[in-house]
Unconditional design. Sequence first.
Length: 256
Amino acid sequence: MAIYTNVEERYSVLDTGFSRTLVKQTIRASSSVEINTTPDMKNVVTQGIGPQLLESQALGQSIGLGHHMIAVLPSDNMQEAIETLNSRGGGILRLGPHEYHIPYSLFLRSNIAFIGEGRDVTIIDFMDTTNNMNVIGTSGTKMINVFLRDFTVRDSRATAAIDVDFNDFFRMSNVRSTSNNGKGIRLHRTRFFNLTDTDGGSNSGNGIEITGNLTNTTTNGVLFNCECDSNSGNGIQITDTGGGGVKDINVIDCRT
């Protein structure tokens, strides 16, 4: 495990085995989007949500990712690396083009970017156990500014392989969650989120599931160019469990 304390001045050390083009300290979303219900979206299920709730502005919030970076090898303890970044106020966890066989659940922290080398290039394999990846806060202390990019998660038997709850400003790009004995990705009680180029296919539950309740709403979210086919459940399921608990969600150019 290598720790770099100034990301902008350490690009050169990543030329071998890591892509330096993805190491950035600020991510900014696009300015506006529109709902596009294409014929490909034949397996999108919305429950308890009126059409008026599928309209919103996209996210224009900047995300500060800190100034530290840790490069993790398959032999390293990934959770220890996450906690090290957390103790320093956040930063970037970089994974190489490897399979990481993880015998424990992962718990992300606020202000951390978790970045691999690409889908099916960097693989997080939970080895057919109930372990999974968690981005979970509480009603009193929400997780903020978590960014997942460029990796695959597979072989989790948890309820959801990637479980997101009580988050603000959550981002996921070019991530695949597949071959899981449960849901691929679940978002609950999360605001201001963006899933782009995300694949939730070939799971035994729903590919991507979005839920909320009136007390803790899930709102202001964008799913763009996501693919969720060959699931035993629904491809994309959006469920309002509390009369206004899910609102302002855009689903654009997604396929199920």
